[in-house]
Design a protein around this ligand. Structure first.
Ligand SMILES: NC(=O)c1ccc[n+]([C@@H]2O[C@H](COP(=O)([O-])OP(=O)(O)OC[C@H]3O[C@@H](n4cnc5c(N)ncnc54)[C@H](O)[C@@H]3O)[C@@H](O)[C@H]2O)c1
Ligand SMILES: [Zn+2]
Length: 371
């Protein structure tokens, strides 16, 4: 079992990572909420079907009155209208200021339930029970909530930290394979950014990870959460340090947008983005070919990624017109060694174009490192 503290104002909170934790959720929550408050579990039908009754049983046994509220599944439901709809339901069910909202699901549920918790009666307590790899290693930590606007993803949201994060890697047993692997890239990213030992687990324990060995999953999830918790604790609201978490996301986001958010799952886009960033780092002399080769191998050995057949020029255009880009200067997080990255704002356009071109070739199976 790992217990990791996220040091944020005004109150630090803990993430617990433990196989079988779901069935002990009742007793864990009684420690946080000694006065048995009412719990409202927000979830989606696929997760409710598999894990809903187990959570309900666990918290009921600990004396919590509980109600489950379902929302529609999938990214298209990450809209403000869903938050309003859920708030109306809470109010009809008599939720008050002492009620606790529990997010049981992936990043979509976590982002929606977090926003709901931050708004309902100007803020009620909130607990995350993430059920995807992506949500366990990334979305449930850091306090970002949000919904999408027509103009773009996550444009409306708040910073609102949960009271606790309960992570049970066994919940990943029922996750579809593609979703499972897609989340692993975010965990691998944590290794590349700042944890050599985690990276080595991917290099040496890949078979176990892909077989979803419970002990191995518990270890990589705990190490990823630790890395994210350290970064978030040092830079709660994305001053500078938190940017390192964006390794692979600069080109990754552009790939997602350019392919209409249909071809690639987020983690898959990040996987391609990390390969592109590594390739750029090699071109501009920030890393060496051995390190670059290890990173590319670690990414590619987690499974086949969907083909990216995009125009490098169009990707460059997207990067330069991105709202976060100032004066057309694109900031990249580049790997230097395993466990060390740096921010670069001087990457020549040619290096970006050739890195994206390499992705096209590689995704068709014809690319060799260093050639
Ligand atoms: N707040 C943050 O800091 C942050 C960080 C990263 C991503 N996000 C957000 O997270 C979202 C993506 O999250 P996601 O990848 O978890 O997607 P998701 O929440 O849509 O879940 C993916 C799919 O898996 C299903 N599912 C979830 N858990 C399951 C389980 N245990 N067994 C079977 N099926 C299960 C869901 O029903 C869904 O169909 C995006 O909206 C993204 O913007 C937020
Ligand atoms: Zn991401």
């Amino acid at each position: 079992m790992a217990q990791i503290t996220i040091h944020v104002q005004p109150r630090p909170y803990q993430a617990r990572i433990e196989n079988g934790l779901l069935s002990r959720a009742g007793s864990v929550l009684s420690e946080s909420f000694p006065q048995a408050s009412r719990l409202f579990i927000i979830t989606v039908p696929p997760v409710r079907k598999r894990w809903g009754s187990k959570l309900v049983q666990a918290v009921t046994a600990a004396g919590f009155p509980v109600q489950v509220i379902s929302m529609p599944d999938g990214e298209p439901s990450k809209r403000l209208a869903t938050v309003e709809h859920l708030a109306e339901k809470l109010s009809k069910l008599g939720a008050d200021r002492k009620s606790v909202i529990v997010a049981l699901g992936g990043g979509v549920v976590g982002d929606i339930a977090g926003l709901l918790a931050s708004l309902y009666m100007r803020g009620v307590e909130f607990v995350q029970v993430p059920t995807t790899v992506l949500a366990q290693v990334d979305a449930s930590i850091g306090g970002k909530t949000g919904v999408n606007l027509v103009a773009g993803k996550n444009l409306l949201g708040t910073f609102y930290h949960p009271h606790a994060v309960l992570i049970d890697p066994q919940l990943l047993k029922t996750l579809p394979d593609r979703e499972f692997r897609s989340g692993l890239y975010e965990s691998l990213k944590c290794g590349i950014i700042g944890d050599v030992e985690l990276f080595l687990r991917f290099e040496q324990g890949r078979t176990k990870i892909l077989k979803r060995d419970p002990a191995e999953l518990e270890a990589i999830i705990a190490q990823s959460v630790k890395l994210k918790a350290e970064v978030v604790s040092a830079d709660e609201k994305e001053g500078g340090l938190r940017r390192v978490l964006n390794l692979g996301h600069t080109i990754g986001h552009a790939l997602e947008a350019e392919t209409g958010y249909k071809r690639l799952l987020h983690g898959e886009a990040v996987a391609w983005g990390m390969i592109a960033a590594t390739n750029i780092a090699l071109t501009v002399g920030r890393t060496d070919s051995v390190t670059a080769g290890r990173i590319a191998d670690a990414v590619l050995s987690l499974g086949r990624l969907p083909e990216v057949n995009v125009s490098p020029r169009k990707i460059l255009g997207r990067l330069q017109s991105d709202k976060k880009t100032q004066n057309r200067i694109v900031h990249f997080i580049l790997p230097r060694e395993i466990g060390k990255v740096e921010v670069a704002s001087d990457v020549p356009e040619a290096a970006i174009l050739s890195a994206v071109e390499e992705l096209r070739r590689l995704s068709r199976g014809g690319w060799v490192w260093g050639k």
